[in-house]
Design a protein around this ligand. Structure first.
Ligand code: HEC
Length: 399
């Protein structure tokens, strides 16, 4: 007689490899056949889970991108950037999650995150500029002869631009600009114009008649005109409103040439800031706006030659014929570039910032901004900001 084999006892859990948790939930297996069936079902389930797992990873990616975006958002809020479209972008990313648009959610989250990171970066740069401004204010310097300032910069750097003319260095103590400045001093304190008042009443930003260190903080915003003004426009303002000149009088209208009242006065006023650190004020929103507009202008390519200022002035080692061009990104070099009024040997005249600006635009074969216009002041604001903290050389001597 065949003896009926007793039913096999169910295998203990430890003998089953794989997912014991699932096994635990199953009812005790009544027979070997049932167990084999259960095992195949389990394998099938695991195979089916593989694509699901891949999907779940994408969801994870999306969720982690959203988490990262939220984290960056919080940092941005802490930095003071509260009003931002990134809030909505993060919400959008979350809103497409239920419909399993994980790639889209990931993109929204990444856009939001980058946007906030960029905003924080810009803010940090702005703050660094403000801090540099504060540092410059603290170390504002005191009067130094132009040649001493230049020599100090040469000792610090080995700039080809600063050292390119040995002859200029030798001539600086006897620069004709010094005589022009002396004439300016006389003109400044002389009661003139229909109102017979001197320019000692004129406020260049540090109080009426205060000239020491005033020029290195121009252009600046003036309450009385509601405008950002540079030295030239401020001088025009005072000659007209204080002294009573008409804008057409030659004293006001003639802006160029060593013999003009303007060049004499500008050279004198500026020379009272020699050795002081450039310190463009950026407290008023208009001052910031013009400085930023100037930056755009500096980099904006246009005209038939498609030049921008940066084409010639944003790299070291650029030359035009024998001239080494100053690099705006090297402040020790750029301070000399923007130190105007300067005696231009090639012109045999003292020239102003506004004059240099006209020449630069002519050089680019572009229609330049109107002298004294907001556009001209924007560029002067930007170029002054680029030399922040470096001592001014006033008056300078150029080729
Ligand atoms: C085609 C090249 C070129 C372009 C573009 C150009 N410049 Fe110049 N820049 C020069 C040359 C050349 C000089 C004179 C250098 C010399 O004479 O030694 C100069 C001089 C200057 C100086 C005075 C430095 C000095 O040593 O005389 C300043 C400041 C300046 N440029 C600013 C600008 C600005 C701002 C712009 C744009 C509006 C601009 N430049 C566009 C070539 C250029």
């Amino acid at each position: 007689m065949l003896q009926k084999s007793p039913p096999k006892p169910p295998r203990s859990h430890n003998e089953v490899s794989g997912n014991t948790a699932n096994r635990q939930q199953q009812a005790p297996l009544p027979s070997g056949r049932a167990w084999r069936f259960g095992r195949s079902a389990l394998i099938l389930l695991l195979v089916a889970l593989i694509p699901l797992t891949v999907w779940a990873t994408t969801r994870e990616e999306a969720e982690s991108a959203i988490a990262k975006a939220k984290e960056t958002r919080e940092e941005a809020v802490a930095a003071g950037i509260t009003d931002s479209p990134t809030n909505e972008m993060i919400e959008l990313a979350e809103s497409v999650l239920p419909s399993r648009q994980y790639t889209r959610a990931l993109q929204y989250a990444q856009w939001a995150q980058r946007q906030d990171a960029m905003a924080m970066d810009m803010l940090a740069k702005q703050e660094a500029r403000a801090a540099a401004g504060e540092a410059a204010k603290a170390a504002i310097g005191s009067f130094q002869e132009p040649l001493d300032v230049l020599q100090g910069l040469i000792d610090l750097t080995s700039s080809d631009y600063l050292t390119q003319s040995e002859q200029n260095l030798m001539m600086m103590p006897d620069s004709p600009a010094q005589w022009v400045a002396m004439d300016g001093e006389t003109l400044f304190s002389e009661p003139r114009g229909p109102n017979n008042v001197s320019l000692e009443e004129c406020d260049f930003g540090k109080g009426p008649g205060v000239l020491e260190g005033a020029y290195v903080e121009l252009p600046r915003y003036f309450e009385d005109t509601g405008k950002v003004m540079d030295l030239e426009t401020r001088l025009v303002h005072c000659m007209v409103t204080l002294q009573g000149f008409s804008p057409d009088d030659p004293e006001v209208a003639q802006r160029h040439g060593s013999g003009s009242d303007h060049m004499k006065l500008q050279t004198y006023i500026a020379s009272q800031s020699s050795g002081f650190a450039w310190n463009l004020p950026l407290d008023h929103p208009m001052e910031k706006a013009l400085r930023d507009a100037g930056e755009v202008m500096f980099y904006r390519r246009a005209g038939k030659a498609d030049f921008a200022c940066s084409t010639c002035h944003a790299e070291t080692g650029k030359r035009i014929r024998a001239s080494v061009l100053p690099n705006k990104n090297i402040p020790q070099e750029w301070t000399k570039a923007i130190s105007w009024p300067a005696f231009r040997v090639g012109h045999d005249h003292v020239r102003s910032s506004q004059h240099r600006l006209m020449e630069c635009y002519w050089q680019m074969r572009q229609a330049g901004p109107m002298p004294g216009s907001d556009a001209s002041i924007a560029l002067l604001s930007y170029w002054t900001d680029a030399a922040r903290g470096q001592p001014a050389i006033l008056p300078d001597m150029k080729r």
